[in-house]
Design a protein. Sequence first.
Length: 346
Amino acid sequence: MKNFAARLITWHRHHGRHDLPWQQSRDPYRVWLSEIMLQQTQVATVIPYYQRFLARFPTLAELAAAPVEDVMALWSGLGYYARARNLHACARAVVVDHGGAFPHDPAAIAELPGIGRSTANAIAAFCFGARAPILDGNVKRVFARCFGIEGFPGTPAVEREMWHQAEALMPARQGGDYIQAQMDLGATVCTRGRPRCEACPLAEICVARQAGRQAELPVAKPRKALPEREAIVLLLCHEGRVLLEQRPPSGIWGGLLSLPELPAGADPEEYAQQVFGCEAGDWEELPGLVHTFTHFRLHLTPLRTRVRLLAQTREGGARWLDFSQLDDAPLPAPIRRILAGAQEAG
DNA sequence: AAGTCGGGGAC
DNA sequence: GTCCCAGACTT
């Protein structure tokens, strides 16, 4: 489709977003950091995290030199914590394998931890002027509508078709403006619900608009019923402190600190004593909460008790933290909420 | 090809 | 409440 890129680039000059915090620089470090944070995460959510992160780690070298725990703490609440681990690993790989500077070749960038084809291409196009297209949620939505592409874009077949389109449409020049234009159009005009077609530079050539099928394209993900899971978490309190344990590196909340989770069917009294060396007092059930993940719904029930310490905990990853230390701890969002409520309740 | 991985904005 | 977001990675 000729004119596709030209329409977008022209539109972007006057109607694109130009003031986002990571757009003030072509420093690959800042571009890369923003791209990772923005994976499956909206701009408004990312901005405060991005500012905090950059203030703590102004350069890639400082990030690479830091302990991964500090990175996790700054990521706490942002979700998809494998991104933070990969970010740290990537910084070290750039230092160790590439002399501290990102490679310019998109394929080489995509070899780095946490960087896939789309993110690698974005970095290469923004920072090095590469003719390398992206394919994110915005582009998929624009393509599906503009070209009338049927089928859920998450399937490999549809994705292959869209990558082919993306490669063919990518202009030789102004690549950075072009991919920024695609994302801006998807975020501000070709939105999921109620797209503003009257303001769209592609309106004349858009298949969905001509057919009045904006609401049907892109085809929605086929949904299954969410499985329900339940978990009991323990607040073992002792002299103003609470026991937290580190989660396994992979799985939900990988690598974060969390409240100890009672194994299914276990007795809290015995578990506290045998695993953590704590003699429990009276148990108090705190208000529970429901947290919905992408693929299941978790019902969390907190049980609180004051304990007497009998022995050293047998859990290597377990730590006593003062309630005043929780702000800086790498906690999952729902656990942070539970702890905040528990503190208020005394 | 399907499943795993968070949290919140927008509706 | 539901849907999905500047996706990557594992199985």
